[in-house]
Design a protein around this ligand. Structure first.
Ligand code: AMP
Ligand code: MG
Length: 396
């Protein structure tokens, strides 16, 4: 099929339309899902001193098997006052600094204490340094903890907070406008006249963009009217980095997105991708904004938003790897051969096996509710048996 752009080429061209936006500093509480614009370099050793990993007694390993005289206490939050000499032990708690002289912790379950005297009741620590967290065992000052472009997960935020930083430099997120098009669409929940349907794509795209874009992502609805669409696109392009339209991307008499982009003075970069669903995908620029035109069928909109919209938004927000990662798993059912476009089949990954869902028509909505993967079937791929490997993208 000539004239259809391979998915990878289309993704590369889309991301090349605009460079990532600038950087801003945010508090940890605002950082989830953001992308670092600089490496996070540790400003401190963690731990900064040897700490006890257990509740027990800090001792000198050479003094085993005891007994010991307890000379003091070290609790988390303050430096111990005093050191541990030969035959001495210091009561110690998890996270407390190891006193000078001590090199090992005997856990409290392994000893008996009477007054200030402690005796071993079990084997005790087998090696010097037992139950001690060594200085810099986690990381050392100067270590690169997280690379620029990494997405901040709760775990990454923990590491960044422990690094000594008080806030994080992250990529600015794009301002995104959703434009739904179609005379048949009505906001969900409103009464429907014959021929009308609820606008499901607007709600779906807003949900996919939650936490990914700057400010509220509003869905603007427009009828199938080229002039109205043209002036709306012009207006939105002034205040947004990305305009994502849905519907009206094909060649029907009522499909006006390409025409409106042209009339608004924009530039079409590509149109029509070698994929199914999602062939009539439009990408271009209008002023400084990137326009992405998704096809209106619910499954087409979902697949193209996964493969193009989210990567574009993440690229602009500073992601080093904005494209969804591709994984492999065995098939739970046989899979027929691939056609002339690459298929992204709505599928379920269960117990490590991929099952394509019943109902792959692009107009269907319900399979989207339970799919958790997009099974990728390449152009001309041979038919496969159950148990053979297939590639997929995680979607839920
Ligand atoms: P279009 O791309 O405009 O030709 O639309 C293709 C199909 O998707 C048609 O059946 C539309 O009614 C449907 N559709 C378009 N936009 C939406 C939307 N926002 N929500 C649900 N269905 C839609
Ligand atoms: Mg339409």
């Amino acid at each position: 099929m000539s004239g259809l752009l391979p998915v990878e080429d289309a993704q590369a061209r889309l991301l090349a339309l605009r460079s990532p936006l600038g950087s801003e500093n945010v508090a940890f509480s605002e950082s989830l899902g953001r992308h670092l614009s600089r490496d996070v370099i540790a400003r401190r050793d963690q731990p900064a001193a040897p700490l006890s990993a257990m509740d027990g007694y800090a001792i000198r390993f050479d003094d085993l098997p005891g007994p010991w005289t307890v000379t003091g206490e070290s609790a988390a939050g303050a430096a111990p006052d005093g050191s541990v000499g030969p035959g001495e032990a210091m009561r110690i708690f998890t996270g407390a600094m190891l006193p000078a002289g001590a090199d090992t912790v005997v856990v409290q379950e392994d000893v008996a204490r009477a007054g200030d005297r402690v005796t071993l009741t079990r084997d005790g620590p087998g090696a010097r340094g037992g139950h001690v967290r060594a200085r810099a065992a986690d990381f050392a000052a100067g270590d690169c903890l997280l690379p620029a472009g990494a997405r901040l997960t709760p775990g990454a935020i923990a590491a960044a907070a422990m690094s000594g930083a008080g806030e994080l430099a992250v990529g600015r997120r794009p301002r995104v406008a959703i434009v739904t098009t179609g005379d048949e669409l009505v906001p969900p929940g409103r009464p429907l006249a014959p021929g009308q349907i609820p606008d499901s794509n607007g709600a779906m795209l807003a949900a996919m963009l939650a936490g990914e874009a700057e400010g509220p992502v509003l869905a603007h609805h427009l009828p199938d009217d080229r002039a109205k669409l043209t002036s709306a696109l012009k207006e939105l392009a002034r205040r947004h980095d990305v305009i994502v339209t849905v519907g009206g991307a094909s060649v029907g008499d009522h499909d006006h997105v390409r025409g409106a982009l042209e009339d608004a003075g924009g530039r079409l970069d590509f149109w029509k991708i070698a994929m199914r669903p999602g062939k009539p995908l439009i990408a271009g620029t209008l002023g400084d904004a990137v326009l992405l035109g998704l096809p209106g069928n619910p499954s087409s909109a979902f697949v193209t938003a996964t493969l193009f919209l989210l990567p574009l938004v993440r690229h602009l927000a500073g992601a080093s790897t904005p494209l969804p990662p591709v994984h492999r798993a065995p098939l739970a059912a046989p899979l027929g051969e691939g056609g002339t476009r690459r298929d992204y089949l709505r599928a379920r990954l269960e117990n490590g096996r991929l099952m394509p869902m019943i109902g792959q028509e692009s107009g269907r909505t319900l399979p989207l509710a339970s799919a958790n993967a997009l099974l990728i079937r390449d152009i001309g791929a041979p038919a496969r048996d159950r148990g053979e490997m297939a590639e997929y993208i995680v979607i839920a």
